[in-house]
Design a protein around this ligand. Structure first.
Ligand code: CA2
Length: 155
């Protein structure tokens, strides 16, 4: 069974425990459980990770690209947190690794501060899901599934 990677960037380990008015009260562990159920429904194994380190996220994107080329990974859902707005390195990792990536944001970044309106990742994303709260995670998995090439063997 192929894997799907859900990668979370800095401070998302605080989800549900700080700023519930912006990000809600669901914890990242609860998001992971929701994603695991949806991934199983889609026929995938979920690999759910969080890091506060930009370089670790780069390593994971490169890993995902390599595994995607050999058929072991279908793609990545990436909530890069604040690195979204700053990181050319993450954008280069996505394009360099040729990994299929859906960009995700819990909040509607376009209704927030101007510095959140630009994303270095959107130009290299297959699609973007923004502003649906943590419900965006399972939506992003389902969106990723729609992007996959049809399997001629039907399986
Ligand atoms: O809306 C999103 O998902 C963001 O990617 C979240 C980032 C923010 O910098 C982006 O502009 C939009 C922040 C992640 C920090 O998450 C926290 C969760 C709970 C409490 C504090 C931070």
């Amino acid at each position: 069974m192929p894997s799907v990677l859900v990668l979370n960037g800095p401070n998302l380990n605080l989800l549900g425990r700080r700023e519930p008015g912006v990000y809600g009260s669901t914890t990242l562990a609860e998001v992971e459980a929701d994603c695991r159920a949806v991934a199983a429904e889609l026929g995938w194994t979920l690999e759910f990770r969080q890091s506060n380190q930009e370089g670790e996220l780069v390593d994971w994107l490169q890993e995902a690209g390599g595994r995607q080329q050999s058929g072991g990974v279908v793609g990545v859902v990436l909530n890069a947190g604040a690195y979204t707005h700053t990181s050319i390195a993450l954008a280069d990792a996505v394009s360099g690794a040729q990994v299929r990536m859906v960009e995700l944001h819990i909040s509607n970044v376009h209704r927030r501060e101007a510095f959140r309106h630009h994303s270095y990742l959107s130009a290299v994303a297959a699609g973007v899901i923004v502003g649906f709260g943590v419900a965006g995670y399972p939506l992003a998995l389902r969106a990723l599934a729609t992007l996959l090439p049809a399997d001629p063997a039907g399986g």
